[in-house]
Design a protein around this ligand. Structure first.
Ligand SMILES: O=C(O)[C@@H](CO)OP(=O)(O)O
Ligand SMILES: [Mn+2]
Ligand SMILES: [Mn+2]
Length: 635
């Protein structure tokens, strides 16, 4: 039997659910007459049937189905009851579940560059080797998480979106690609708003300069630049944040050179286009979850006010000189700098009448600057001067806060995520991480939605991250504190789901410090033990998985052979980025009903299959439109 769920685009009947015993039905219509679903099966025998809460078409539907005898229609409850889930036929309700997300923890060749393999991880090793039917791998990159290509590594945003939403949505990167390809980006209300700054306003583009594909992509910036010039902007200033986190450290020089080439081309066509300011992404502008407003303040001073401790006439010169002055500086941590002309005047501060675009599509590290640019009441630091500008984000970064008010591309619309279902079915969740990942396991998990679904059935706890240091200096991070609190929450008996994100593998993996990452992974395993002990004590179930790879591979490899690559000096090239590796998922605990094991018919399952799995373990059938559950119950 195959189940289809669809949404009528023209009438209010949002949910529609039919189970077809076979695929002979050609199409189904909602009560308003609009087609909701159709199958182009060559074997189609019957004509369309109506199906919906509309009594007329419902009657027609019943007549048809009675006559044909092979169609069954389940009407989904509307309004209040629409998110009620059916009880699982075999799995009981009321189990306590410890759901652990390891950030940046993939499965890779167990060699010397695999920090997880090198770490002491007795618990994770035990789970992998002792119960093969309760341990498997999941896809966490590319199309499995809504990214444009299979070469796109996973990341926290797309990973947690898929985990929490139980479905695969086209992500920002793909949506921006389409909008640029069709030119729709220049026709939308966001770009029209920017054009109000014409004819005299300068267009400023602020964002991450690389082709990491996590927050932004160089080719998209290039198309935006060229398109904007065509649309009439005669003066453009780019404010660049160097990467070294999603791409190799030191590659900033390459991307700045590529940008300079594009800008020169534009100048040749009569557009005064230049780089105006910059800095490393971890020092300038791209903080997240309000961990350190000073980072955004650095950006405000450099991009908007045209003030920074370092001033150069060219960006390439800035990168070179700053590194010569302090060799410990890297792409992620370049201090803020501004470009000045021969007379020492900044070439591109943002002033009244200008237009501004933040060209990152990913929200978490751009939303703080967006607030500073868009919110008149902003009070996180003294902005000194607040130019009257036309500002648009590449995407809407926070739909609930409506931030920014103008944007170039509409973001993916996540609806009915697992957190919302749990609340509607009385399942109580306690959720925790430290600051740097707190938004991942709450906001992003809930489909980029601010706040909680319920104040009584949910509790979100944030443990402050260490501030102002690179995480390799404190590789334990807050893992043990999170685990201890999670254990306490599970033992309290008050919560059905205790959900945490443990950040170490990812945050330390990004520093490129292999020894520190090994320590971080060892600590992660200790934290897991604390949480599994509590699960054991309360007779609960655990689900452990990860959002994408990172710590399992710390070296650049030859794409074909997989052999580690050395640079000209003979040193191994460190990999600071995420990877395309699959991630493990393990289930177990004394509360796991006998006979539960992973199905073997879903070899390509990915992160989006996890939500159905834990919803089942809470004792409910998963929503019909979710990706299938990973588990089966054998007698
Ligand atoms: O730090 C970040 O912003 C990204 C990498 O760019 O990592 P993650 O997706 O794990 O948050
Ligand atoms: Mn992550
Ligand atoms: Mn990361």
């Amino acid at each position: 039997m195959i189940a289809f769920t669809s949404v009528c685009s023209s009438c209010e009947f949002k949910r529609f659910n039919c189970s077809f015993i076979n695929l002979w039905t050609q199409s189904a219509f909602c009560g308003c007459g609009d087609r909701m679903w159709s199958s182009n099966s060559a074997r189609s025998r019957s004509r369309a049937v109506g199906c919906c809460s509309n009594p007329l078409t419902d009657a027609l539907w019943r007549k048809q189905s009675d006559r044909k005898g092979f169609i069954r229609c389940i009407k989904m409850p509307q309004g209040e009851g629409k998110m009620k889930l059916a009880p699982h036929p075999k799995l009981p309700k009321g189990k306590k579940i410890m759901l652990i997300i390891l950030d940046g923890w993939g499965e890779q060749i167990p060699d010397e560059f695999n920090a997880i393999h090198r770490a002491e991880t007795p618990i994770m090793d035990y789970l992998k080797t002792t119960a093969p039917e309760k341990w498997r791998l999941l896809k966490a990159h590319g199309s499995a998480v809504g990214l444009p290509t299979e070469e796109d590594m996973g990341n926290s945003e797309v990973g947690h979106n898929a985990l929490g939403a139980g479905r695969i949505f086209k992500q920002g990167a793909s949506l921006v690609d389409s909008a640029l390809e069709t030119g729709a980006i220049f026709e939308g209300s966001g770009f029209k708003y920017l054009k109000e700054a014409l004819p005299n306003g300068t267009l400023h583009l602020i964002g991450l300069l690389s082709d990491g594909g996590v927050h932004s992509r160089f080719d998209q910036l290039q198309l935006l630049l060229k398109g904007s010039a065509k649309q009439g902007f005669k003066k453009i200033r780019v404010h660049v944040l160097t990467d070294g986190r999603d791409v190799a450290d030191g590659s900033s020089v390459k991307y700045v050179q590529m940008l300079e080439d594009t800008l020169e081309e534009l100048r040749g066509e009569g557009c005064d286009a230049r780089i105006a300011s910059g800095g490393g992404r971890m020092k300038v502008t791209m903080d997240r979850y309000e961990n350190d407003w000073n980072v955004v303040k650095n950006g405000w001073y450099a991009h908007v006010l045209g003030e920074a401790p370092h001033r150069f006439t060219s960006c390439l010169e800035a990168l070179k000189k700053l590194k010569e002055e302090d060799p410990s500086v890297n792409d992620q941590y370049y201090p803020p700098f501004v470009m000045v002309d021969e007379s020492g005047k900044p070439v591109g501060p943002i002033v009244d009448g200008d237009a501004v675009v933040t060209f990152n599509y990913r929200a978490d590290r751009m939303v703080m600057l967006a607030k500073a640019l868009d919110d008149e009441q902003f009070d996180k630091f003294d902005r000194v001067r607040c130019p009257k500008i036309k500002y648009a984000g590449m995407l809407l970064y926070d739909a609930d806060l409506k931030l920014p008010r103008n944007y170039l591309v509409s973001p993916p619309e996540f609806t009915e995520t697992s957190g919302e279902y749990l609340v509607h079915n009385g399942v109580k969740s306690w959720v925790c991480s430290e600051t740097v990942k707190f938004g991942h396991v709450t906001f992003v998990w809930n489909g980029n939605r601010s706040g909680q679904f319920s104040n009584t059935l949910e509790k979100y706890v944030e443990i402050p991250s260490d501030q102002g240091i690179s995480f390799d200096k404190q590789p334990e991070m807050k893992a043990i504190a999170i685990a201890s609190k999670a254990a306490e929450a599970l033992r309290s008996g008050e919560w059905d789901q205790v959900r945490v994100n443990i950040a170490n593998g990812d945050m330390i993996g990004h520093t490129g410090n292999l020894e520190a990452t090994i320590l971080g992974c060892t600590t992660t395993d200790k934290a897991i033990k604390i949480m599994l002990d509590a699960t054991e004590e309360v007779g609960g179930i655990f689900v452990i998985t990860a959002d994408h790879g990172n710590a399992e591979d710390m070296v650049k490899r030859n794409a074909k052979t997989g052999a580690p690559i050395k640079d000209k000096q003979g040193n191994y090239q460190i990999l600071t980025s995420h990877t395309c590796a699959p991630v493990p998922i393990a289930i177990g605990g004394p509360g796991l009903p006998k006979g539960v094991r992973f199905r073997t018919d879903l070899p390509n399952a990915g992160l989006a299959n996890v939500a159905s799995t834990f919803i089942n373990l809470h004792g409910f059938e998963a929503p019909h439109d979710y990706e299938p559950t990973l588990i089966e119950v054998v007698d």
